[in-house]
Design a protein around this ligand. Structure first.
Ligand code: F1P
Length: 356
């Protein structure tokens, strides 16, 4: 019997199954451990993580954690910026590791950025994607492919978190913290508990159309994840939304808070109290707040896992909230307005010359 295709079915299925993709990501990194650790012996002057849209936000999150844990200078930069403003990104003559991130492995900007990087002989390339037969998976010195992250929905959910978990796993290895790598096997169970416990809350909040604007707060390795949660809200629900670093919210954006505002706060363990002060100010201004943290929060991240490896747990309930809001607005989260699954462009050319 043909499966009745209900609106949003792909997105929902992909959100609920993402923890299986996390397990596969960790296994695939383990398979490449020997080759990855060779890079420890010849560290790079800088590491640049790149992608587009969701995978640019993934690059931001991964770069912040990577530099924090390894001490190697790391940045997250959109692929298009690497092409048109290379001198604002690359250090001339410095040996660079380029980490190219793409669900499809076909995004023109990302493919071209890798080609230009290799042509200019800037260093070595690590690629991470979800489709082994696509171009990107053939361009790196090391190529990681996580098939369990493949998706039908245009809005990334399972793909994003599969590649993010993969990059966190790689970070623990290059940071010479194998014990942290070992604890990552607890993520899948924690994710399943999280989704089971909080799907009703996501459905309730997502279904409440009295809220007309969403803000997402995250700092350090969580800022890129706040950006991704924000993009899901835009793509799936066409709602005005914006991400901020916690303390930046006081410097102007808080003027936007009202009784139809929701602020989702990705509270850290390390700076919980300071970040929570921002949340309390928002409440005093009449805004609705939704805190996520391993403790003392509306959404408690299960598992008691070390802070460096549990950041992926901030996303699933946010993904579900956008999914349910999309349905409540009569939209289809599988097919966001104006969007294609992959942005393919005419060949990109006329980039600035290499700095001599
Ligand atoms: C990148 C991307 C997505 C976006 C949309 C269009 O794709 O920009 O981030 O949500 O689906 O494509 P990819 O390079 O990760 O395949």
């Amino acid at each position: 019997m043909t499966e009745i295709q209900t609106v949003g079915n792909a997105t929902y299925t992909e959100i609920l199954s993402q923890t299986k993709a996390w397990e596969q990501a960790i296994d695939i990194v383990a398979e490449h451990k020997k080759d990855l650790l060779l890079w420890q012996k010849k560290p790079f002057s800088q590491v640049i993580f790149t992608g587009c849209g969701s995978t640019y936000y993934l690059a931001l999150a991964a770069a912040a954690l990577f530099q924090e844990m390894t001490g190697w200078p790391a940045r997250g930069i959109p692929a298009s910026e690497l092409l048109f403003y290379p001198h604002s990104a690359y250090i001339a003559g410095a040996r660079t590791l380029l980490v190219a991130i793409s669900r499809s492995g076909e995004t023109t900007e990302t493919l071209t950025a890798v080609d230009e990087f290799l042509r200019a002989e800037r260093g070595e390339v690590l690629t991470i994607s979800n489709y082994s037969h696509m171009l990107l998976a053939k361009k790196g010195h090391i190529n990681l492919v996580i098939p369990a992250g493949q998706e039908q929905s245009i809005a990334q959910t399972r793909a994003f978190t599969s590649m993010y978990v993969g990059l966190v796993a790689i970070t623990t290895l290059l940071a010479d913290q194998p014990q942290l790598f070992a604890t990552m096997k607890g993520l899948a169970e924690a994710g399943e508990k999280l989704i089971t416990s909080y799907e009703p809350m996501a459905k309730e909040i997502g279904g409440n159309l009295l809220y007309d604007r969403f803000y997402f707060l995250g700092s350090g390795p969580r800022y890129g994840l706040a950006c991704e949660a924000n993009l899901k809200m835009k793509e799936m629900t066409l709602t005005h939304s914006e991400p901020f670093h916690f303390f930046e919210f006081r410097h102007g954006p808080k003027s936007m808070v009202g009784n139809t505002t929701i602020v989702a706060a990705f509270l850290s363990q390390t700076h919980h109290n300071s970040e929570e002060k921002v949340v309390n100010e928002i409440r005093q201004l009449g805004g609705k707040t939704l805190t996520l943290a391993p403790s003392h929060a509306d959404i408690l991240l299960p598992g008691g896992l070390p802070e460096q490896i549990n950041n992926v747990l901030y996303l699933p309930v946010m993904q579900l909230t956008s999914y349910y809001r999309s349905l409540a607005k009569g939209l289809n989260p599988d097919r966001p307005t104006h969007l294609d699954a992959v942005v393919k462009l005419e060949p990109l050319t006329s980039f600035p010359g290499d700095r001599k």
